[in-house]
Design a protein around this ligand. Structure first.
Ligand code: ABN
Length: 173
């Protein structure tokens, strides 16, 4: 075989090797897998998404500093929105308890029942503002798992109760 024949054969084989359908598909597959993994692996700030999920789609009517506000249907405590925090965030210097009282409240804007957790904020003396005691579906204290007159900070690092936030956990079905 002449030198030129060999050269052409080798370069044709190289082109065939690197552009085969199988290779192109394999590369395409790798790109798709890598593309799907990127949003999971990168440190993307998802706070906005979490907050959007936390807000009921059809509105959130009422005054969050009032005991009559719909999310407060089963609360027993001081509203953090009157204590330097908000309905969903603890005041500076306090941390939310992980164990909580759970209630189900009807949002008048869309007529749906939402599961609400009443997390106590712990670490500073009792706020003393906007004391609310609505207690829908509450049971007497001798049934402690169905009673909300409990300091949930007892399960937190600091046992000192400051106020309570009301966080939407989902729609009740
Ligand atoms: N969960 C609110 C609370 C805190 C301390 C004592 C009673 C109720």
């Amino acid at each position: 075989m002449s030198f030129l024949d060999k050269l052409f054969e080798r370069s044709s084989r190289h082109v065939a090797d690197t552009t085969s359908r199988r290779k192109v598909l394999a590369r395409l597959g790798s790109l798709i897998v890598a593309g799907a993994a990127l949003p999971v692996l990168l440190p993307i700030d998802r706070t906005a998404k979490a907050l959007a999920a936390e807000q009921p789609k059809m509105g959130d009517p009422g005054d969050p500093t009032s005991c009559d506000y719909w999310r407060n249907c089963s609360i027993d405590g001081f509203l953090c929105s009157c204590c330097g925090g908000s309905i969903t965030s603890c005041p500076p210097g306090t941390d939310a308890s992980l164990v909580t009282w759970i209630g189900t409240c009807r949002n008048p804007a869309d007529g749906k029942n939402y599961i609400i957790s009443y997390n106590d904020c712990c670490g500073k003396h009792a706020c003393g503002q906007c004391a609310c005691s609505r207690n829908d579906d509450e049971q007497p204290l001798y049934r402690p798992f169905n009673n909300n007159d409990i300091n949930w900070c007892l399960g937190a690092e600091s046992k000192i109760y400051n106020c309570t936030v009301t966080i939407i956990r989902g729609v009740a079905v």
